[in-house]
Ligand binder design. Structure first.
Ligand SMILES: Cc1cc2nc3c(=O)[nH]c(=O)nc-3n(C[C@H](O)[C@H](O)[C@H](O)COP(=O)(O)OP(=O)(O)OC[C@H]3O[C@@H](n4cnc5c(N)ncnc54)[C@H](O)[C@@H]3O)c2cc1C
Length: 395
């Protein structure tokens, strides 16, 4: 075991959620030591542009930076990059170099890693980090065709960026409709239409059964219907998985992320909180939900900082997520996954008409629980105050 370092607040993970916790704790008047320990060697950066501006070449890497070295000095936050935390004990964590970091309050903000398909070769790329994005962009610069497995937000955005670069794009989706589970089949059909009208060859009900020639640069994918498909570049975008094996201990449920109460306190541990993609917070229905969204990480960071400082958090807001694809901003506000039915509130998209300018409402128990807008920021802004179900944090 190496030297011990002591801090009042120790944040594991130097991504968005971890950074925002450190900033809020300082803003709330904490005068003691705040340390952030993270595996990546980069300064904290923003991930949404990885699949958008960085891939199209519109932005360079430095434009993703969330804070520079001088900011950390001004904030009084010690940033320790390039260190992976491998053990958590009461009041301390240990990094792989053997250093023990003790703290009064520990925040786990370790995000997720890209989910991989069984047998996925290295030549089939993933997109989670800035290094992944550089690798993908370099591959796209040499290529004419792209195959994307998964039509979720990241898969669709990669497809959209590749179209902008003039590539031929095929997207494989295992379900009958993209986004059917979270947005429902009707709105999923709109997303599929958006993709196809832009020029993507979207193939639904496409079950990947394997890859051929793992050593080759050009990956070929085999499908359950007996066909095979290949492209110059292959990307697998099928979501994220919490990388929490190092936290395993009796009494800690890590089945899907780190289970927390409604203020981010990890269940079964003392003075440990979790935020962001890795955290499964309990909502007002008692369900544990992980949300892999930018706004959730920032809202949770504020709630956790308030909890650490022993003050009431700000008022709840409904969950919000956006995606930029095929020239349209898709915005999702509130709860869309447990609606009784959907209703068109603006525009004609739901009945097969123009997509841009449409807003769809999600109704549950006769109350408007969620909204999805397609290139309809103004209309969505007007309807937003009518949402009846706030985001669930216990205070
Ligand atoms: C390509 C892409 C596009 C996206 N676009 C959108 C979008 O348009 N809209 C939207 O709402 N959301 C988007 N998101 C999601 C959003 O970026 C995430 O929800 C957000 O980054 C979550 O922040 P986080 O702090 O939980 O995790 P991260 O930002 O992933 O940070 C976690 C950090 O912890 C580090 N870490 C992990 N394990 C350890 C360990 N054991 N020890 C030390 N450090 C560790 C990781 O290396 C990483 O640096 C996108 C994500 C990606 C990948």
């Amino acid at each position: 075991m190496n030297t011990a370092a002591r801090s009042d607040v120790l944040v594991v993970g130097t991504g968005l959620g971890g950074l925002r916790v450190a900033e809020h704790v300082r803003d709330l008047g904490h005068t003691g030591r705040i340390t952030m320990v993270g595996e990546e060697t980069h300064l904290p950066y923003d991930r949404p542009p990885l699949s958008k501006q960085l891939l199209t070449g519109a932005w360079q890497a430095h434009q993703l930076s969330l804070r520079g070295p001088a900011d950390f000095e001004a904030l009084g936050v010690e940033l320790v990059p390039g260190q992976r935390v491998c053990a958590l004990r009461t009041g301390e964590v240990e990094t792989t170099d053997g250093t023990v970091w003790s703290a009064d309050s520990i925040v786990l903000a370790t995000g997720v890693i890209a989910r991989r398909l069984p047998g996925q070769p290295e030549s089939a790329l993933s997109l989670r980090t800035i290094d992944d994005a550089h690798r993908l962009r370099a591959a796209m610069e040499q290529a004419r065709s792209l195959l994307v497995v998964g039509s979720g937000f990241v898969g669709a955005e990669v497809a959209s960026s590749a179209l902008k670069r003039g590539m031929a794009v095929t997207v494989l989706e295992s379900a009958a409709t993209p986004f059917a589970r979270t947005l429902g089949a009707g709105v999923g059909d709109i997303c599929a239409r958006l993709m196809r009208e832009a020029g993507v060859d979207l193939r639904t009900n496409a079950q990947v059964t394997g890859f051929s020639d793992p050593s080759s640069d050009a990956t070929e994918i085999h499908l359950a219907d007996g066909t095979s498909i290949g492209a110059d570049v292959t990307v697998v975008g099928i979501g994220g998985v919490p990388d929490v094996g190092w936290l395993a201990r009796p009494g800690l449920d890590l089945a899907d992320g780190i289970r927390c109460d409604g203020s981010g306190r990890v269940l079964g541990l003392t003075d440990v909180w979790a935020v962001g993609d890795v955290a499964a917070w309990q909502d007002d229905t008692g369900t544990f939900r992980r949300r892999e969204h930018w706004t959730s990480a920032t809202v949770q960071a504020s709630v956790v900082a308030h909890s650490i400082m022993g003050v009431l958090p700000p008022t709840d807001k409904p969950p919000y997520v956006w995606s930029d694809q095929f020239g349209i901003k898709i915005q999702v506000v509130g709860h869309t996954d447990d609606a009784d039915h959907v209703v068109p509130l603006e525009g004609e998209a739901l009945s097969g008409g123009q997509i841009r300018g449409s807003v769809i409402g999600y109704v549950r128990n006769d109350q408007l629980a969620g909204l999805v807008g397609f290139g309809a920021a103004r209309e969505l802004g007007r309807l937003r105050p009518t949402l009846t179900r706030p985001m669930s944090h216990s205070r």
